[in-house]
Design a protein. Sequence first.
Length: 185
Amino acid sequence: MIPKDVLVIDNIINQQEQKHIKDNLLSSNFPWYFVKDITTGKEGGQNRPALQHIYFQNKKENSLYCGLTNNIIKNSCEKIKKTSYKIVKSRSFLQFPILHNSQIDTPHIDLLSKHIVILYYVLDSDGDTVIYNYKSKKIPAFNKLKEKIRVTPKQGRVVIFNGLAWHTAEQPSRNVRCVTNVNLV
């Protein structure tokens, strides 16, 4: 079942699990990989470097750390009464505060097919997630998008929404921003 509305749930996992994930992702041993521009996989982005770690890609495990997200996914699916699912893509991003004229990233959708987004915040930060009213595979006129909800990163918080809802993030200006993004069908 794809949620009709955006769900924001605090403490989707218990404090001990939150700490375990945060300690793993922010340790000096976690395998992060450089992304030249988090706003696009193609040329013409906004020049916003970050680090990423891909757990699942093309419905296949890609990491020894896949288990870190199990309870986030399980608990989120219970909240939306989704009894079966497949993980299409799952990854974490680590963004550092940077100064730019435009603080908001280009709106996007993660996949061109129906899916559910589970966005988990690893730690408190600035760099809100903005979800728009527009739901479609077609690229919208970005200047006409209307903001539906803005969610501030808070450790243990999850945002669950229809993956065809265009969304984006603000770049952090004061703190490191670390999220885990899961796409389910």
